[in-house]
Each structure stands twice: as C-alpha cells, then as structure tokens.
Design a binder for this molecule. Sequence first.
Ligand code: SF4
Length: 261
Amino acid sequence: MTAFVSPAAIALWGKVVSSGPVAFGPILLSGDTGGLCLRQRQDQSAVPAPLRSVPLDGLRALSQSDASGRFRPNKASPNLVGGWIHFAADASALDAALEALLPGGLEDWYSVEKGSTRPIPWQQYADRQTGMYRHVAAMNDPEAEEVARAGCHSRCCTRRRMWTVGENPPEIADGKSCVPCLEPCALLLELARRAQKTNTADERSQIVLTETDLVTLDTLFGMALDNPDVSLREGDMSAPGNPRRILLLREKLLPWLPAKT
Ligand code: SF4
C-alpha cells in the first residue's frame, strides 16, 4: 500500500524545486541534491559545512526555546535558533519536518494557495471573546491597528497577517514569509487586552518634545528592540520592556518620529 503524502507538502515541494528558495516562517527551504534543505533564515548565506545536521526527531526540541533558553510561544517568531540544517528527502519528510518546526504552517499556506479559507477580521474575532478578553472588542479601529502593527511586527513574527483591521488591506509580505496568519493569536490578543485596559484607565500626560528629543527617543527604541531583555518572557505583556509593548509605544509616537515607518 502506498503511504499517504499530504497534497500541501507536494505543492510546497514543487514550489521550491521550480521557483528556488522559499522563506517559510523563520525557516529557509532550498533545493539540494536529491531533496530539500531546511535551516534558519538567518543562516541563508552559511554554507552547509559549519551547520549542525539535525535529524527529524531533533527538530521539535529546536523549535521550543530561543538562543537564551526562553520558551517560544510563537513558533513563527524569527527567534528560532540557528546553526543547524535538516535534509528532507521527499515531500513526506518535508511535511514531518515542518510539523515539528512550525505546526499548522503548511496547512495554512496551502489553504490560502487553494483559496479555500477566509481570514477572520479583527472585529469579528474580538466580538466573540469572553471573560477577561471581552473588552478588546471596544477598541476603535485606530487603536486596533496600532496593536496589530506592533504585535505582528516582523521583529516578532514571520507570518503574514491576512486578517484585516478596519478598512486596511492585509499586511504586505515584505520582511515576513509566505506563511499566512488567518486570525489573531493569543499573544496578539493579550497585547490588545493590555492596550485596551491602559487606554481607558491610565491618566494622560502632556509633554512637549523637540525634534532632537524625538530623534533621541527613536534611537532608544531601536536600541531597546535590538537588545531585548532576555530575562523577559515573550508572552509577558505586563513587562514594560516587552518588545511588543515597546513597538506599541513607538506606533503611538510614529507620526512625530523622524523615520515615520
Ligand atoms: S496574530 Fe500577528 S503575531 Fe500572532 S501569529 Fe498572527 S501575524 Fe503572528
């Protein structure tokens, strides 16, 4: 009896073979003699020799923690550890490797390729929340857009956001990957909860900043994001130094910042 091979894996295999390397979440897929190679995207230019060859049963462990040993709640985060390479001999092996590194990513990609799925818009998702998350539905569109831009920033996630907020189109894939995001994840929801709570409860302050102050502030944002506090958990949105919190504050100040991007 012939073993079942997922049509999604066959389609992705064909895409890499016919079109060349593909960024799939935090993973780079590239053709190799007799199969495909998987590695961290940041190891794109590394020749295979210095990379450690990891078998299938070692991939799931790789996906669990970042280089500092912190748990990775979002397997599509760019903080997947590097320095390894995995060889997949056929589409079935590719399927198994991706399931270990980025569960659900292949199915989501294929459902969008086939046009058989529809992303869930923010408001629809927010309206069905209950318990401690029920208030996120009260955020207005500009507030929800800030949360989406900060929480789904390419520094935090390699999935391409296809769900919409307000009237805005889905995210452009620049800096992301072909793996889609079809509805907000738990990390985004928690950031939204915190933003909604502070937007309604916190007292407002007014300060006047000069252009020079704003340049300094933007430099500080960059430094904090480039050198995150490795003692903080990615999912801890109560920590002021959480990169998503920093990105959210930067979103609020963006119209006044020199870069404005
Ligand atoms: S909601 Fe945003 S952060 Fe979460 S998986 Fe989707 S794109 Fe990534």
